[in-house]
Ligand binder design. Sequence first.
Ligand SMILES: N[C@@H](CCC(=O)N[C@@H](CS)C(=O)NCC(=O)O)C(=O)O
Length: 249
Amino acid sequence: MYRLHQFVSSHFNEKARWALDYKGLEHQRINYLPGPHRRAMVKLSGQPATPVLQTGDNVIAGSAAIIDHLEQQHPAPALYPEDLSLRRQALDLAEHWDKVTGPAVRTAAFSVFVDEPGYLAMTFSSGKAVLKRIGYRLMIPLVLPVIRNANGVTPENVERSLRLTEQALDQVAEQARTTGYLVGDQFSVADLTAASLLAPIASVKHPDMRRQEPQPDKLRVLLQRWSNHDAITWVNRMYDLHRQQPGRN
Ligand SMILES: N[C@@H](CCC(=O)N[C@@H](CS)C(=O)NCC(=O)O)C(=O)O
């Protein structure tokens, strides 16, 4: 049995969830509150970030390493293209998204969240007991400087992140134009990575990534900025075609 240590709302965690669901793997999800999670995560995996996958004594940190492990252990349905040159292309693209676009999308989203502490608390504590949710809501204003810092929310970096996000959207629209997929003509780790890392700005309806309501106006404005972009339509198509399993949260 797999145990996924995760945040309920996080695009890197969504990558790992999607890979587990895509391969039809039973798993238990252990949900942490961002911030208080650190001690437990460092103890479990030697580093603070989620997602972390646990299977027996094996502990795997990071969404790319998790997908790689799942691909080795459960090759079908495949997320790595069979053709080696396409495989290299897909893995290089996924790595670029992990390093550049994923963090940029997160900074764009947090540029709104830091002004909406109530919504931020509601988003990340969803599913927790009422007292925990209240405690978390009270804690958030006190740690806003830490949240800003951890998510790169400075005026220059927000500007840069919006630019990088926009470039990534244009690239997706261009790359997916011919076959509907980013690499070759089949769904792969490249599509899963790009679609999950864009999900926070795509208003996807899947229960694992659906936004809490009511959404603050500032968030609506951010999402509207790209709502008619072909890449956002593509993200929703990837969810419709390849992310059909219901979430477990
Ligand atoms: N490259 C890593 C990034 C993971 C990551 O940034 N996780 C964030 C959530 S989106 C996190 O857990 N941040 C809290 C921390 O690092 O303490 C991956 O692909 O898993």
